[in-house]
Write a protein that binds this ligand. Structure first.
Ligand code: HEC
Ligand code: HEC
Length: 383
């Protein structure tokens, strides 16, 4: 008797007097209210990234399974997110408004309880890994979002490398939502993750080194007859006077089968050569997951077939841009576009420091090469 009445009250309740906002599970999955972002997942479809730690089906992973609701009341659930008990990070209202949180609560209550807890999204770092990596992967959980080598945070810090100290870093972690009120990364509590612990993570990340923040994009430009000119833009997203400079740059573009080079512009154009003779490997799109308990992963055998067009540029400083063009003779179709896959911008410095090299680093991000560093150049979009 009480059950249905309560439900009716809840549905009718205005959002006051501590009454929970009424959640709509569709808002979590439809992508209507909650836009799909980089940290959204197919099922626990929320850009705040709950799914990275709690499993994309809410079946558990680094954190406990949430599917079925665990028998938590709205108040208990809310408390676990706003003022958590353990290593679970804190989501502030600016990042996750009450209504969005109620939607997640409603959604997880629609999911069937997991029969067996799911695997972690990223495997634990093995006992032989550096202490900072074990803390990030196994204890605090940074690695569930930032992958085994904190590649993206080390890149973002490289954009302001001159400003980065432990204090700067700690402020970003403990007061993240102050700096990114609508960001996806929650706040970590200084009480639960004390500075001694965070400093270990910082020293490990700094030991591998901050990364030059280089991005490169490729676009279809002018067309005439059977010739197409492609424009490649490489950007150093570092802040002027603060970011890292990439030195010793090699840009190589894979020449799709059925096309030939009819021209190229840009300082430092070297010409074409066999990729196998260049001595560099194409960048990988994804960070491979570990395959066994040691964290050991094999880098896939690189495809070194075909020719590449090559540019060599001395350096690309923070806030600087490089524009190159390549004119190809031949058709323009999906196959040709796919043929660009493997195009890469490589720089000799800064690369991984010894702390990031094997055998010290057993659990690695194999997107990052052994010498220097690089980024993938995504193939252009068909016009
Ligand atoms: C960095 C990993 C991480 C992320 C991201 C994360 N959680 Fe958690 N969560 C945990 C861990 C670990 C626990 C276990 C308790 C603890 O250590 O705090 C937990 C516990 C919980 C609990 C309490 C479960 C119980 O039975 O008491 C709830 C509820 C919860 N999380 C909801 C969420 C929601 C909702 C999100 C996204 C908005 C989220 N979590 C994002 C790691 C995470
Ligand atoms: C739930 C996923 C998630 C977890 C867990 C997480 N981060 Fe982040 N982090 C992000 C996202 C997303 C951003 C980009 C800014 C934003 O959206 O908040 C970010 C940004 C950062 C930045 C850069 C901020 C800037 O100035 O651009 C650093 C440094 C960082 N994270 C370090 C860490 C560390 C260290 C941990 C563990 C203590 C951690 N992160 C845990 C998702 C996460």
């Amino acid at each position: 008797m009480i059950g249905p009445v309560l439900v009716a009250l809840m549905l009718a309740a205005p959002q006051s007097d501590g009454a929970p906002p009424v959640g709509n599970p569709d808002n979590v999955t439809s992508g209507k209210v909650v836009p799909a972002g980089r940290f959204s997942t197919p099922d626990l479809h929320h850009p705040r990234g709950c799914g990275w730690c709690h499993g994309i089906h809410g079946d558990g992973g680094f954190g406990p399974d949430l599917a079925g609701g665990r028998g938590l009341s709205w108040e208990q659930f809310r408390r676990a997110v706003r003022d958590p008990w353990g290593f679970m990070p804190v989501y502030s209202e600016s990042q996750l408004p009450e209504q969005a949180l109620a939607d997640i609560f409603a959604y997880i209550n629609t999911l069937p309880v997991a029969t067996a807890p799911g695997p972690r999204y990223w495997r634990a770092a093995p006992p032989t890994a550096p202490a900072g990596q074990r803390l990030a992967m196994n204890v605090i959980g940074c690695g569930q979002c930032h992958e085994p080598e904190q590649k993206f945070p080390r890149t973002w810090l490289g954009e302001v490398a001159k400003d980065v100290t432990f204090e700067y870093f700690a402020d970003l972690i403990y007061n993240h939502s102050t700096k990114f009120p609508r960001g996806s990364m929650p706040d970590f509590s200084r009480e639960r993750i004390p500075e001694v612990m965070l400093r270990e993570v910082y020293d490990w990340m700094k030991g591998i080194g901050w990364r030059a923040s280089i991005g490169a994009s490729f676009a279809v430009g002018q067309r005439g007859g059977d010739r197409t000119t492609y424009t490649l833009t490489a950007t150093n997203r570092g802040q002027a006077g603060k970011g890292l400079t990439a030195e010793g740059i090699t840009v190589f573009v894979r020449i799709p089968s059925g096309t030939t080079v009819a021209g190229a512009t840009g300082d430092g154009y070297v010409g074409t050569m066999r990729l196998a003779q260049l001595g560099l490997e194409p960048a990988l799109q994804y960070a491979p997951h570990s395959v066994d308990d040691s964290g050991h992963v094999e880098r896939p055998v690189p495809d070194l077939s075909r020719d590449v067009a090559v540019w060599r540029v001395k350096q690309l400083g923070p806030a600087e841009k490089l524009t190159l063009t390549l004119t190809l003779q031949g058709p323009l179709n999906e196959e040709v576009i796919e043929g660009f896959e493997g195009s890469t911008i490589h720089w000799a410095n800064p690369g991984r420091r010894p702390a990031g090299s094997p055998p010290v680093m057993v659990y690695r991000d194999l997107r990052i090469p052994d010498n220097g560093d690089h980024e993938r150049i995504a193939p252009p979009k068909m016009p």
